[in-house]
Design a binder for this molecule. Structure first.
Ligand code: ADP
Length: 262
């Protein structure tokens, strides 16, 4: 639990630092690429060597620009635009997106349980979180495998809450993304949420995916939990609070009455 508090503080500090650096860097980059474009226009077409050099410099500054934009998006806690959302609908609506990003050798399985509560969440952000998790899962399943996406109502009781800092006991919707990939060794698992922690090669991973997931879910009043075992796979479970704006119908009230931990 203390670890999680440290984690949150570290994220905030890194966020501020990254934001400042990325912002300044972006301004300098604008000067660099602007000058390159001018130079390109002034360079005669009959100097192909110079043209080629300029174009590779422009290409590199474009990549650098992409990176700074991602860093800025990461550090800026964008204001969320939460909407009342049916989790099953959101997940089902993403199946084409999932299939495309997974490739042919990964099987996609969707297990949507009936009667799942609604949540109040920024849909775009949640979609990018789920896509992020799916891409991580694919990267962990080099030789193919199975990705399971599930939804389920969850009661986080006092025992669970006591183990995990920063959440309130109550009713949540769990969205789980489970792969049959390489899994994470305990030392990797311990650092997985750390900003900039990556085991992927340079250019492939930024180490920002899971820290973004963690930050967004926390900002939405929820909680993220990773279960992983080397050689078996990884399961990332996100818990988002049930939307309580609905009038609770009779059936629900009956069920609530028999809950042991309320
Ligand atoms: P990135 O994907 O850019 O490396 P992340 O923050 O998303 O950044 O992930 C951090 C690290 O956690 C990854 O480099 C990888 O080692 C590990 N990881 C994340 N998801 C999985 C997964 N589904 N299976 C195995 N390892 C994972």
């Amino acid at each position: 639990a203390e670890e999680q508090l440290r984690q949150a503080q570290k994220m905030e500090a890194v966020g501020h630092l990254t934001g400042g650096v990325a912002h300044d860097f972006n301004n300098m980059l604008a000067v660099v690429s602007g000058s390159l474009e001018l130079l390109d226009r002034r360079t005669a077409v009959d100097d192909p060597r110079a043209k080629a050099l300029i174009s590779s410099a422009l290409e590199a500054s474009k990549r650098a620009g992409n990176l700074t934009r991602r860093l800025l998006a990461f550090s800026r806690q964008q204001p969320l635009k939460p909407e009342v959302t049916d989790p099953n609908r959101l997940v089902a609506g993403m199946s084409d997106l999932f299939r495309h990003s997974l490739g042919a050798d990964v099987q996609l399985e969707t297990v949507l349980s009936g009667g799942v509560w609604r949540i109040h969440v920024d849909q775009n952000q949640l979609e990018s979180v789920l896509l992020n998790l799916a891409v991580n899962a694919r990267d962990a399943m080099e030789g193919g495998g199975r990705l399971t996406i599930e939804t389920q109502n969850a009661h986080l009781d006092k025992r669970y809450v006591a183990r995990e800092l920063g959440i309130t006991p109550g009713q949540y919707v769990m969205i789980g993304v489970t792969d049959t990939g390489s899994g994470m060794a305990p030392d990797v698992l311990a650092k997985a949420f750390d900003p900039f922690f990556t085991t992927k090669e340079v250019g492939k991973g930024t180490g920002l995916g899971l820290s973004q997931v963690y930050g967004f879910i926390k900002q939405s009043g929820g909680h993220t939990k990773i279960y992983s075992e080397v050689g078996h796979g990884t399961s990332v479970k996100i818990y988002l609070p049930r939307y309580m704006g609905d009038a609770v119908d009779g059936g629900d009230a009956d069920r609530l009455a028999v809950l042991p931990n309320n």
